[in-house]
Design a protein around this ligand. Sequence first.
Ligand SMILES: [Cu+2]
Length: 156
Amino acid sequence: MDRIEKTVMVIAILLLVVFFGAIVVAATNYGVDVPTCVTDRKPFVESAPPFKTSDQPLRYEVHTVARMWMFDPPEITVPPGAEIDLYLSSADVVHGFHVEGTNTNLMAVPGAVTYTRLKFDREGTYRVLCHEYCGTAHHLMAGTIVVSHTAMEGEQ
Ligand SMILES: [Cu+2]
């Protein structure tokens, strides 16, 4: 082996030791850690129904987590004409969020939040389908958005 090659290898190994040491020092002395998945944090861990954020315009916010093989919460119920601020993330792999009959088509990516604003003027039940192949039960992964006047009756 050439002398220069040996020198480069020794320097590379020394740098690996220095970088590994820096990671250990950062983790133990400064509390630096690998970032957690956003779905480990509020409000994604709560599985809460949509909550009203505004009366004029009527607006709801919902945090949905996609995971093998469901959406959580599985059903989103809002009154007709309401806007939904939808925050979407994934707890495991990449999923899709397609609202049947609309052009809503989102990706649920682990470690990231996808956002969209939805509005349904007519009453009905809209199916939400996963459109990214995510495993053996991918074809069963579905949720619903229920647009109904009765959604308003449960509120104060
Ligand atoms: Cu999926």
